[in-house]
Write a new protein. Structure first.
Lengths: 235, 290
């Protein structure tokens, strides 16, 4: 479904990603793990067109995404939930959600909105409240709901567990499993390797802009290097 | 008492002028974080175009008003598309300097094309001043006041009730997030520049009958409009409107007693307000990206 093929991209004079190749099939949760600065966020930004592909190609269901604007990529069926949630603090919950389905006709927007309120009841209670007044966990729910608003086939998730209480993290990862059941594929970028490998089907390990290791979640959980570097030592 | 009421009302009419210019500046500033120093002179240039539409082409007044608004919008589109867009990713300061340069370009262009001889712009509305009880107002002043109210209402509806308006507000809060969500930010920037510059044209056209039309006639008004938005808080259209009205009224009251200090007095008031309330009277927060 998604193919990132030999992609090089970066900022200014620096290439952050060096010939990165990953793929994702329909209905999969794929995790990309790696330390700070490995290029995880850059990878997501490159897929959604926030930064330019310098070499290689990104294809989604046989459509080449190279050179498309973020707005066009969203219309292809890919949504992006950025790291740090990026809720609009002075807009209401409802305005935050509606903006995520900017290109949709009004009637469809309304039905997506109701679907989101059904899935995240906490947001329904707070629909007229400013985004900045929500708690961290509620903001992450809003960020997830914003990612789902345009009815994507693939959702890119950047560090959804960052800065959240363990209980809330549990809820976030449960939501991902629900999503997979409803047919939405997920590309998950995380530092929390343990949690990610629990929900993911497959995973890639990104080290300084290159894919160092790939395999099914089980294979990686059992890998000694992964255990040592990402799962907190050998149990 | 009668004198006082008259001074206040006349002051409101003057303030409505500052409010109109200020609201245009704030709309652009809010979304793009660019302080448009060319706001006044965009209006000046449009007013010259309007002048020749009226005097040489004999276009009816109501149509000229519409054409002036359209001309302002077109200038805004061009400025955004061909100047701001290519520089935006590089340096924020250059954007602001560009608007300053643009202001000089408009003044030079006007002087070159239309000469610097002051022209008398025919009043928009003619007729005797209107008496409202003890207060006497010229019809022109009433039109300006009404225009300020209508523009304020329209901007408010745009920013809070249309999806493009909500998108503009989202960009002002978090431009990165807006792009991530797939909001077509380049077209929103163009729309905002068009609206802001259209307001510049409208404002200048409503004001010009009080002055004479010459390349520098918007200079002092622009300074007052800046004071208005600083006073009202740089991030709210409401603040710009109220700030403009306050400046107009205070200025008019001071001018009655001490005409020589009316312009400087207002600046002192602004400084004092800012010492106590750095975010302005109605600003929610200080500007972040400067």
């Amino acid at each position: 479904m998604l193919r990132v093929d030999q992609v090089v991209s970066g900022y200014g004079p620096i290439d952050v990603l060096n010939h990165v190749t990953i793929s994702l099939d329909k209905g999969e949760i794929v995790a990309v793990l790696g330390a700070n600065g490995a290029g995880k966020t850059t990878l997501l930004r490159t897929i959604t067109g926030l930064i330019r592909v310098r070499k290689g190609s990104v294809t989604f269901d046989d459509q080449v995404l190279n050179g498309l604007s973020p707005a066009e990529v969203v219309r292809c069926g890919i949504s992006h939930v950025p790291e740090g949630r990026h809720i609009f603090p002075d807009l209401t919950v409802e305005e935050n959600l509606l903006l995520a389905a900017y290109a949709m006709p009004r009637g469809q927007q309304k039905s997506r909105l109701e679907a989101m309120y059904a899935m995240f009841s906490i947001l329904a209670d707070r629909r007229r409240q400013a985004g900045g007044t929500l708690s961290g966990g509620e903001q992450q729910m809003l960020a997830l709901a914003r990612g789902l608003m345009p009815n994507p086939r693939l959702m890119l998730l950047d560090e959804p567990s960052l800065g959240l209480a363990p209980k809330v993290i549990g809820t976030v990862f449960e939501t991902l499993v629900h999503l997979r059941e409803s047919g939405v594929s997920v590309l998950l970028v995380e530092q929390n390797a343990k949690r990610s490998l629990e929900v993911a089907d497959r995973a890639y390990i990104l080290v300084t802009g290159r894919i160092a290791l790939e395999g099914t979640a089980h294979e990686l959980e059992a890998n000694d290097m992964v255990k040592q570097l990402y799962l907190g030592g050998i149990q | 008492m009668n004198i006082f009421a008259n001074l206040v009302l006349r002051g409101l009419a003057t303030g409505a002028v500052y409010a109109l210019v200020g609201m245009g500046i704030v709309v652009i500033l809010q979304t793009t974080n660019v302080m448009n120093f060319a706001q006044g002179d965009t209006g000046m240039f449009v007013t010259y175009l309007a002048f020749f539409m009226i005097t040489t082409a004999k276009v009816p007044y109501s149509l000229v008003l519409v054409l002036a608004i359209v001309a302002g919008a077109v200038i805004g589109l061009i400025v955004e598309r061909f100047m701001m867009r290519s520089v935006r990713s590089r340096s924020h300061l250059s954007l602001i300097m560009l608007t300053l340069g643009l202001s000089l370009v408009f003044q030079g262009l006007a002087a070159f094309l239309f000469n610097t001889v002051p022209l008398l712009f025919p009043p928009l509305v003619t007729g005797d001043p209107v008496r409202l009880g003890p207060v006497i107002l010229s019809r022109q002043d009433i039109v300006v006041l009404l225009a300020a109210i209508v523009v304020f209402g329209a901007l408010y509806l745009f920013l809070y009730r249309t999806k493009q308006g909500v998108a503009a507000r989202s960009i002002s809060q978090d431009e990165y997030a807006a792009r991530v969500l797939g909001i077509p930010t380049p077209s929103i920037y163009m729309l905002i520049w068009a609206i802001g510059s259209a307001l510049a044209g409208l404002a200048a056209l409503l004001i010009v009958p009080r002055f004479s039309l010459e390349p520098s006639f918007m200079g002092l008004i622009q300074v007052k409009a800046f004071s208005a938005i600083v006073l009202g808080g740089m991030d709210s259209v409401f603040g710009a409107a109220v700030g403009g009205l306050i400046i107009g009224v205070v200025e008019n009251l001071v001018a009655y007693q001490f005409p020589a200090i009316k312009d400087s007095f207002m600046l002192i008031v602004v400084v004092i307000v800012l010492l106590v309330m750095p975010q302005g009277l109605f600003g929610k927060r200080q500007q972040r990206r400067f």
